[in-house]
Design a protein around this ligand. Sequence first.
Ligand code: NDP
Length: 446
Amino acid sequence: MIDEKLEGIFADVVRRNPGELEFQQAVREVLESLGPVLVKDPELAEHKVIERICEPERQVIFRVPWQDDTGEIQINRGFRVEFNSALGPYKGGLRFHPSVHLGTVKFLGFEQTFKNALTGMPIGGGKGGADFDPKGRSDTEVMRFCQSFMTELYRHLGEHTDVPAGDVGVGTREIGYLFGQYKRITNRYESGVLTGKGIDWSGALVRTEATGYGTVFFARKMLAARGDSLDGKTCVVSGSGNVAVYAIEKVNQLGGRVVACSDSDGYVVDEKGIDVEVLKAVKLDERGRIADYADRCGTARFHTKGSVWEVPCDVALPCATQNELTGRDAAALIRNGCIAVAEGANMPTTPEGVRAFLDAGVLFGPGKAANAGGVATSALEMQQNASRDSWTFEHTEARLAEIMASIHDRCFATADEFGAPGNYVVGANIASFLKVGRAMVALGLV
Ligand code: NDP
């Protein structure tokens, strides 16, 4: 429920952003936590911080024309929403997916602002993308698209201004083409302008693994706070992209067993435990489908009916996309004994799902806290670029684990302080809002 003092603000957000349902959902979810903050810190209300934080600082929408391999001209739409720079340059990924529209990018940019604040690093929030579908496109088509996209985007970027990274549909290949075009247009080898770069050309170790690993570190901390661990736990992970694959790898390393994962065609169940090396070969190297994994692993079964969340587990890690875990899915997980959920994806659980988990006492780590390891490691990549340094895998992974532990502890302590012990949603929303909001007040009306 939104506190009555904030109802008018939310009504205005809905009125001014019609049809942007995911953005409205993300705003509502944060506002629902903020009632007690205004009582404790009335200065934030006087400065209209909530109203200001819901309005992006800048939104850029542009045409992306390019030619496919048959010579036909294609037109896509590109976006960059520079949401909030109170804490540092805009920072957040680019998503290439046919479903991308302004509302998607705004919801992601809004979430990103709070997530980045939780990392404790000097980064603001932004997000971008295009309604381009890289699936089934050749490398040269993807390159031409990326070059055209960057030909407009470059003028809005800079290592102290706006620093994109990858997201759905944007991995090292796309970041490479984008960086190459930025370098060509500006005549500057400005490593810090993009993160998620290849390790042979200014990238940083652990960035690829960071979001998935970080999500599992967060789940481990939530379990530890209840005197439990991941050892021997059965897990289900949705998706089989960047975040999912490395979440599975880390669960395996920490003594858990992932018995199911998915893509948008269906899901596989492998009671022996998902073989992450086969999964990487199928999904990351060959850009194949999850059904191919089942063909290759005799112990796995591929399902197209029902939901991956019907597979019984102790720990659920939604790592695919927004609103993929519904109230019904949450009920199935709870019925089957699930004790913890950590969101690797952004807003994968619907509001009904979140409520069901909280009501049932299931440990619930919201994405803006649980998946912040990716952007935190991007900030570590920026640090290494700025100092012309490169750190070892072990050192960087240890930093990531420390950062996830401190995000966990901040959310936990804030939830306690504001009268909602154990509620990481409230803890994450309030801790991050206070950090961004107080910085906005300090910087004046800008
Ligand atoms: P990828 O594109 O690498 O992978 C996405 C995966 O999710 C694919 O396996 C895709 O399958 C699957 N998927 C998409 N829609 C559905 C669906 N409806 N049901 C089941 N599976 C589905 O993206 P990432 O792994 O990078 O991102 C996943 C999520 O994590 C997103 O919400 C993203 O915003 C978030 N995130 C990513 C970060 C990063 O560092 N990459 C950082 C923080 C958050 P298919 O191939 O069939 O489309």
